[in-house]
Design a protein. Structure first.
Length: 323
């Protein structure tokens, strides 16, 4: 696309392989890749795609994403707009900032509210988009408002306008792009925050050892209050954590750990991690995940919903349709 070359120069690359852009290291070539380093570039790339009626995908750190082996026609727009600005106890954070950088900043500066997100991959924009969280803490807990781009206009939404839910938001529903997020955090002792963060990381590393090629937890945990009483009765009460039934527990009960299909392997540390052992394919991963979700539904009467965004291939899951 000559116009993209003119607009972005070397920041545009046709046919970029998605396996190099996703944490699971799976996916064929994209129609094109634009690396956006300012919010203006990010908006311009989206406007171009919409003007040309081209499918597009805004990418952060590449986690929570499974892309077709054959590739996708989408224009992939990688958000590399990063930065943290502080005004008292309020932080303004650019969407392309790595979430870990934000967590580290808050700990070093004695600001509580992000420490339990330690070790979660991806960007702040992606975390807000999917309302990322762990161990009872979510990124929206301390959020004030979000500057976003709706495809035509830049707008600011207060927290209560963002429609945050469990791993969901207005941005995810409408596919609006998070440009900046503002957070109000509470002053706290840096050492105490560091100890909490280290405790979380020790637990996380058991499941996610460094270098593991996976997209993160494939399925969402299940909100217990939304489960039929007869199904909930099949789950021990001590397995319900923060009001949710871990998908990993349900998958483990149907023998998911250690299962393989091709070069895809279900981790023995967590049954909700589908790992690419080197030459794994999206089709094998999706087929294995579908088989195990069916086994969970047959045993517990509970339908698992993917947390991972599935792009370029038909999804067997009701709410995991390809964008």
């Amino acid at each position: 696309m000559w116009e993209l070359h003119q607009l972005f120069g070397k920041q545009y690359r046709p046919g970029a392989p998605m396996r190099d852009l996703t944490t699971v290291a799976i996916g064929g070539p994209a129609g094109g890749l634009v690396v956006a380093r300012t919010n203006e570039e990010l908006a311009e790339a989206i406007r171009f795609a919409r003007r040309e009626s081209t499918d597009y995908l805004v990418l952060g750190g590449g986690s929570n994403l499974l892309v077709a082996d054959e590739g996708i026609p989408h224009l992939v727009i990688k958000n590399e707009v990063a930065g943290i600005r502080r005004n008292g106890d309020i932080l303004t954070v650019s969407g392309g900032t790595m979430l870990q950088d934000l967590v580290d900043y808050t700990i070093q500066n004695g600001l509580a509210g992000m420490q339990k997100l330690n070790g979660i991959p991806g960007t702040v924009g992606g975390a807000v988009y999917g309302n990322a969280g762990a161990y009872g803490q979510t990124i929206s807990d301390s959020l004030l408002d979000v500057l976003c781009f709706d495809g035509e206009l830049t707008r600011t939404l207060a927290k209560d306008e963002c429609q945050f839910g469990y791993r969901s938001s207005l941005f995810k529903a409408k596919r609006w792009t998070v440009l900046e997020a503002r957070f109000r955090l509470e002053p706290a002792d840096s050492q105490a925050l560091a100890e909490q963060a280290e405790s979380v990381l020790r637990q996380r590393i058991v499941k996610y050892p460094p270098g593991l090629k996976c997209s993160g937890s494939f399925f969402k945990n299940v909100i217990a209050a939304e489960v039929a009483p007869e199904s909930l009765a099949l789950v021990p009460a001590d397995k319900v954590l923060y009001g949710k039934i871990p998908a990993g527990y349900l998958l483990e009960q149907v023998g998911a750990k250690g299962r393989t299909k091709g070069d895809i392997w279900v981790s023995t540390a967590s049954a909700n991690l589908f790992v690419n052992r080197g030459a794994g394919s999206a089709s094998d991963l999706l087929e294995l995940a579908s088989e195990l979700a069916l086994a969970v539904r047959e045993r517990f009467g509970i339908s698992l919903e993917p947390e991972v965004q599935i792009v370029g291939l038909p999804s067997p899951f009701a709410s995991g349709a390809t964008p």
